[in-house]
Design a protein around this ligand. Structure first.
Ligand SMILES: O=C(O)c1cc(=O)[nH]c(=O)n1[C@@H]1O[C@H](COP(=O)(O)O)[C@@H](O)[C@H]1O
Length: 235
């Protein structure tokens, strides 16, 4: 259990600017932030990201993963967008994460720095998938290992599945901001997500933010679906 309120990020995964703006507006009363990621950014570019964000709270999820110099320079290129959160892959290693930290501290003014979030093990991966890439640990152990590494290298928080929230709190305490995708309201299709919980379960486990995409955007009424998730979090 946690006293912190769990906030809702709606993932606007589309290639279409008008659609992203429609979803943003339909969910505005319930969402605390919007997420724009690889699909939208590659399709429409950074000017369209700025247009959709429109000065609101933006999670810019580009999952950077490259050599430290390249990641640091890329982060410098994102400063004008004033995101509230940025993602890198923890698998890039300590030097890459430290370079991202330094780039944020250099490129963004104090008070306007985005949270540096390290993606641990993608929520679409189960134990078999980890074994397939040569990682012998189970997902939770790997998340804890990468999470400790990322926090020590200067990350502000972690992206993990809801199943790892409690183990992370046990191991790393309250400091990491936990941003949690792999969220499925009861009865929603899991799709490609493997490590999932409902919004209420993730909130009770101690998520700071949950990320919800298709259960909201593909619903017949995205505004009502977002309101239902927000009500679950509030309850
Ligand atoms: O970094 C992320 O946001 C992310 C990490 C992860 O491990 N799993 C994950 O699903 N995400 C993102 O969270 C969103 C989940 O979308 P839905 O599965 O449609 O709810 C997508 O935009 C993913 O890119």
């Amino acid at each position: 259990m946690t006293a912190r309120r769990t906030r809702l990020i709606v993932a606007l995964d589309t290639k279409d600017t008008a659609q992203a703006i429609r979803w943003r507006d339909q969910t505005a009363l319930s969402a605390d932030a919007i997420k724009l990621g690889l699909e939208f950014t590659y399709a429409r570019g950074l000017d369209a990201v700025r247009q959709v964000a429109d000065g609101g709270t933006l999670f810019l999820d580009l999952k950077l993963h490259d050599i430290p110099n390249t990641v640091g320079s890329a982060i410098g290129s994102l400063a004008a967008l004033r995101p509230a959160m940025l993602t890198i892959h923890a698998l890039g290693g300590g030097a890459m994460i430290a370079a991202a930290r330094a780039a944020i501290d250099r490129a963004f003014p104090a008070g306007a720095r985005p949270l540096l979030l390290a993606v641990t093990v993608l929520t679409s991966m189960d134990q078999d998938a980890l074994h397939g890439i040569g990682i012998p640990d189970d997902p939770c152990a790997e998340v804890l290992r990468l999470g400790a590494l990322a926090m020590a290298a200067g990350a502000d928080g972690l992206v993990c599945s809801p199943l790892e929230i409690a183990p992370i709190r046990d191991r790393l305490g309250a400091a990491p901001v936990l941003v949690v995708p792999g969220i499925r309201p009861a009865g929603a299709a899991s799709g490609d997500q493997k490590r999932i919980m409902t919004p209420a379960e993730a909130s009770r486990a101690g998520a700071d933010w949950i990320v919800v995409g298709r259960p909201i955007t593909q619903a017949a009424d995205p505004g009502a679906a977002a309101a239902a998730v927000a009500a679950e979090l509030a309850g």
